[in-house]
Design a protein around this ligand. Sequence first.
Ligand SMILES: [Ca+2]
Ligand SMILES: [Ca+2]
Length: 223
Amino acid sequence: MVSTSTPPSTGVWHHVAYTYDGTTHKLYLDGAVVSTSTAAPNAHAVTRAQLGAYNSGSSFNGLLDDIRIYNAPLTATQVATLAAGNASDGASQSASAQLTRVSATSSSNEAANPNPQSTIDGNMSSRWASGATDNEWLYVDLGSVKTVTEVKINWESAYGKNYTIDVSNDHVNWTTIKTVTNGDGGTDDWTGLSGSGRYVRMHGSLRGTGNGYSIWEMNVYGY
Ligand SMILES: [Ca+2]
Ligand SMILES: [Ca+2]
């Protein structure tokens, strides 16, 4: 149905995905679409399916690992997320996606930028800032317990140099899933995380400037 005449490079792992939504076949290589088709599906009755070999028995010369078959077509974003290696292995694995943040809570607020909700409004022109001390935090509420695979913080110039990313089911007992030391501000995009919780916290222990901690947006990804 779909194919590409450009073979993947050898000697490295590649991510290959095929999706069909009832109309369009799509072939992805390393998270990007390389071929599409709207040809009618093959009408042969399937009594046996093979991965990595023709029916004649000619086999693909390489290794296959982490093979998954889904009962619905993944979106381009989901394929790209999987190709980027942002999802951990697991039998009941779902593709990671940006999670809805229902509210944000902070340890303190600077008078000029006092609203922690400014870190979850999707607006890169609105920000929150803490008071100007080292031990400050902000957490977001995901509404229910989620698996957390990635946290992305967009810092204003007042960034966190040392901080942890923590998860919790009750915003009282926290588990650290990432420890950052000597961070450089700007965008801090921590992928490959493994955690579970309803609340996700940035807990600062050392500021990068004399100001507090200031965040434009704090996004959480998982499933
Ligand atoms: Ca914002
Ligand atoms: Ca950074």
